[in-house]
Design a binder for this molecule. Structure first.
Ligand code: ZN
Length: 237
């Protein structure tokens, strides 16, 4: 008999059974990561911006002791010893050309040198006290390279990218990619899954992005009060 299947009320009359049926919906401070963009242009760090040669071909300042990320990590570890610290690792804030890796003479990406450098920077962040290394570059095999250098130096498991043994994954940006979040969680149910809620939006951007998400998730027909605006916006594009 399937008479009782789907009959939910009996499970909601006690706070404990209610809680059992509402997994993954409560939000606590443990679910939150606060993104901080550390700059060396703040007055307090004036001595750093006055350093000669901030930017170079290989982003040498990324792992210097005076790198903003390392100074901030040190400071946060001192002020808030209980806080979990995750560092975004990339070279683009530190390279003279603004790319996320090291370039060959012809301007193409040198993947081997890039992942070597990303691994060095990751090690420096780990030494500064960072708990989670989160590489945001898109170099091939960098998680493996980072994992190698961290393990060789006594830091275990601090990276992502599942094929190479990552410990967590992230989808960015957030709201308009919930279908991708679902697919990712289904594929890797045992890994913590982070979602990055991007910053402020204007109306047109958020409406168009949410409609893209609806289409990608499988909707063929979208019923929306924004049709008049959408017809204008689509004409503009
Ligand atoms: Zn980058």
């Amino acid at each position: 008999m399937t008479l009782y299947q789907g009959s939910l009320h009996g499970g909601y009359n006690h706070s404990a059974t209610r809680a059992w049926q509402s997994t993954n919906t409560e939000i606590t401070s443990k679910n939150l990561i606060y993104p901080l963009f550390i700059s060396d242009h703040d007055d307090a760090y004036e001595e750093i911006s006055s350093l000669p040669g901030q930017y170079s071909e290989n982003g040498h300042n990324a792992d210097s002791d005076l790198s903003p990320a390392i100074l901030a990590t040190n400071k946060l570890r001192t002020l808030f010893p209980e806080l979990l610290i995750c560092c975004d690792v990339c070279l683009c804030p530190y390279t003279s050309h603004g790319h996320c890796g090291i370039l060959n003479k012809d301007g193409s990406i040198n993947n081997v040198e890039s992942i070597k450098r990303l691994a060095e920077v990751s090690l420096a962040y780990a030494k500064a006290g960072c708990h989670v290394i989160a590489p945001s570059d898109m170099m091939d095999n960098r998680v493996g390279a980072i994992k190698d250098i961290l393990h060789q130096n006594g830091f275990g498991g601090k990276e992502r990218d599942v094929k190479e043994g990552a410990d967590m994954v992230m989808v960015k940006p957030g709201m308009a990619y919930l279908d991708i979040v679902r697919q990712t969680k289904d594929k890797f149910p045992d890994l913590p899954l982070a979602i990055y809620q991007a910053g402020a939006f204007d109306l047109k951007t958020i409406v168009l992005e949410s409609l893209t998400a609806m289409r990608r998730a499988g909707a063929d027909i979208i019923i929306t009060y924004y049709v008049p605006s959408l017809l204008d916006w689509l004409k503009e594009n």
